[in-house]
Write a new protein. Structure first.
Length: 610
């Protein structure tokens, strides 16, 4: 609430009597005290109040004091002059904000975090409900900068927003400071959050958490929060009215131009809380943004933009481009996991998809577990790629009447294939009697791998083994008849393998009779296949990669199936430790290929070093 003019005048007179100075900005402060005496519409110079931009002094306690001293005031602006303002967690783990505050950063004014330290900016919510938190918080031209070192790990800044409203980030930079297990901005149970004209760089993700987004749009729930403020209330309310417009999500690059640290996945969420009884995420606008080289999501269900149980989602006029990153499994995945929640109005329009080359498809709608996804519109998008056989839109568990897919073109101005809803109900049989068998397996585990890996059929595979639509014992499994099942087997006996499974009924592989990843897939028992012979030995060297080769989680064509893990270009010019050597003898042509294990983590061909 604003103070009356007479009260402000009273403070000024009192200041003259007590020897209190008056700044040019109209902010009063005591020459003998750092206590801020703020009034409505006052400006505070951060350095006048004790913050030091020397890159050495911890500024967390002083910034918190400024905030505490102004928490009952309206429309306070903190002006941050040029300087490098270090934050550590030596005294504070978080900066607690309040309503009606604006941060204005000068050019080259930076909030810095280093040496693996973490600092949260907390938007507290002592009460439940959409009005339980703070409101009217603005960040203008702010820079939040971190670093990553092998010794210290990733330093982190995070905005932890619970039940807040009217929050704006304009012209901000979030640079190399995202948590490997979290986000730059957590928007939980909040609304009217606007992120515009800002830049997000660098994502040094732990491999188990590489699906995390720069901007998470989520629910007010303890599991969703990056930081738990004591006394905060949580009620599973969903966020809504989130606008992310005209931002850049880009990688950090080496001097050679190769990717040093991937761009963050831009936006999304992965969980619906309390079964959506308080509503679901809605009214999300991701528009006019540029995303380059986002962290590849290599699983079959992986996606750089992922939403589950969402409505009124607009992804429009963006450019998604890969220059140095591999393709993900999918680029956009919209998933309904709830048998009671109906999703509606999903629009993916007028975007550019440039050299993404996903392993599975560009856009995937999955309603196999949900109560429905309707009002889907995918129009006016343009795909630039040298690969023309990658599906643009696929869906599962949906009706064609719920989708409009049209006017999407490739770089040759040819209309791309419209939606394919062949998986909407159950897999189609080839010929023969379809058996709707019940599930009998209690245990099933699946592991996917590169779809270019191969194996050789045993000489009597067609005679001794059947082909299945799924592993035996899975719900609705059935056997293809022998004629249709093996009709496409090549004379070479080579089949392509992209997934393995272990179930109560044994060990299985999913195979294709064509190198085309979209060819029909079959399941067969492991005994039908012969993989490359691979021998291993200890081999210790320190070497520098000089060629750009793919890296894998295992030796290519290992029976456990290798996953893509980037390229040797991701290693930069640094030397690496070689700890093992493997020799692979191909079942296809008998040739031997040597592989090295890099830093006890990834395998690549030895010729990358010669």
């Amino acid at each position: 609430m604003r103070k009356p003019r007479k009260m402000i005048l009273g403070f000024l007179v009192l200041g003259l009597i007590l020897g209190v100075g008056v700044t040019q900005t109209g902010m009063n402060y005591s020459k003998n005290s750092s206590t801020v005496v703020a009034h409505a519409d006052d400006n505070i110079n951060a350095t006048d109040q004790g913050m030091i931009g020397d890159g050495k002094t911890d500024n967390a306690p002083m910034l918190q004091k400024i905030l505490d001293d102004t928490k009952n005031e309206d429309n306070v602006t903190i002006h941050v002059p040029k300087g490098n303002y270090l934050f550590t967690n030596a005294e504070l783990n978080a900066i607690v904000l309040h309503s009606h505050i604006t941060f204005d950063f000068d050019k080259d004014a930076v909030f810095q975090i280093a040496h693996g330290d973490r600092m949260a900016f907390v938007y507290p919510s002592p009460n439940a409900g959409y009005d339980g938190g703070i409101s009217y918080v603005n960040w203008n031209n702010a820079t939040f900068r971190g670093d990553y070192t092998q010794d210290d790990g990733q330093s982190v800044f995070v905005q932890s927003i619970n039940h807040a409203q009217h929050v704006n980030f304009n012209g901000c930079t979030f640079d190399n400071a995202e948590s490997p297990t979290g986000h730059y901005i957590d928007i939980d149970g909040s609304h009217d959050v606007n992120i515009e004209n800002s830049t997000f760089t660098g994502f040094n993700a732990n491999t188990d958490f590489d699906y995390k987004e720069a901007i998470q749009v989520d629910y007010s729930n303890t599991k969703a929060m990056s930081y738990h403020q004591p006394g905060d209330a949580y009620d599973n309310l969903p966020s809504y009215d989130i606008n992310v417009n005209k931002n850049n999500f880009v990688p950090l690059s080496n001097a050679s131009g190769t990717v040093k640290s991937f761009a963050p996945n831009p936006i999304g969420q992965h969980v619906v809380y309390a079964k959506g009884v308080g509503g679901i995420i809605h009214d999300i606008h991701f528009t006019n943004n540029y995303v380059q080289d986002a962290k590849p999501q290599l699983s079959d269900d992986g996606a750089n933009i992922h939403f589950v149980c969402v409505s009124n989602l607009y992804i429009s006029n963006n450019t998604f481009e890969n220059k140095g990153a591999l393709g993900s499994g999918n680029y956009i995945r919209i998933f309904n996991t709830s048998p009671t929640v109906k999703m509606s109005n999903i629009q993916i329009t007028d975007n550019n998809f440039v050299n993404l080359d996903p392993n599975n498809r560009y856009v995937y709608f999955d309603n196999t577990k949900g109560a429905g996804i309707s009002g889907v519109k995918v129009t006016g998008n343009k795909i630039t790629s040298s690969k023309s056989n990658i599906p643009f839109v696929l869906s599962a568990g949906m009706n064609t009447g719920d989708m409009t897919v049209s006017s999407n073109t490739n770089n040759k101005n040819v209309t791309v294939k419209p939606t394919d809803v062949k998986n909407t109900t159950k897999l189609k049989k080839l010929t023969g009697k379809y058996k709707s068998n019940k599930a009998t397996n209690k245990n099933e585990t699946y592991v996917s791998g590169l779809n270019s890996q191969y194996a050789k059929l045993n000489a009597k595979a067609a005679k001794n083994y059947s082909l299945y639509n799924h592993v035996r014992g899975h719900a609705n499994w059935y056997i293809y008849n022998q004629k249709d099942g093996w009709a496409n087997a090549k004379k070479s006996g080579i089949v392509y393998v992209d997934m393995r499974a272990t179930a109560d009924t044994g060990k299985w592989y999913r195979i294709r009779f064509s190198s085309n990843p979209n060819a029909r897939k079959y399941w067969v028992r492991s005994g039908a296949l012969q993989f490359d012979k691979i021998t291993y030995e200890d081999y210790e060297r320190t070497m520098n990669p000089i060629k750009n080769y793919p890296m894998y989680s295992a030796v290519f064509n290992d029976s456990q199936l290798a996953k893509a893990a980037g390229t040797t270009a991701d290693l930069g010019s640094k030397s690496v430790d070689i700890t093992k050597r493997a020799r692979r003898v191909s079942v296809w042509n008998g040739k031997t290929t040597t592989y090295y294990l890099i830093n006890n983590k990834y395998w690549t061909r030895a010729s990358a070093f010669y």
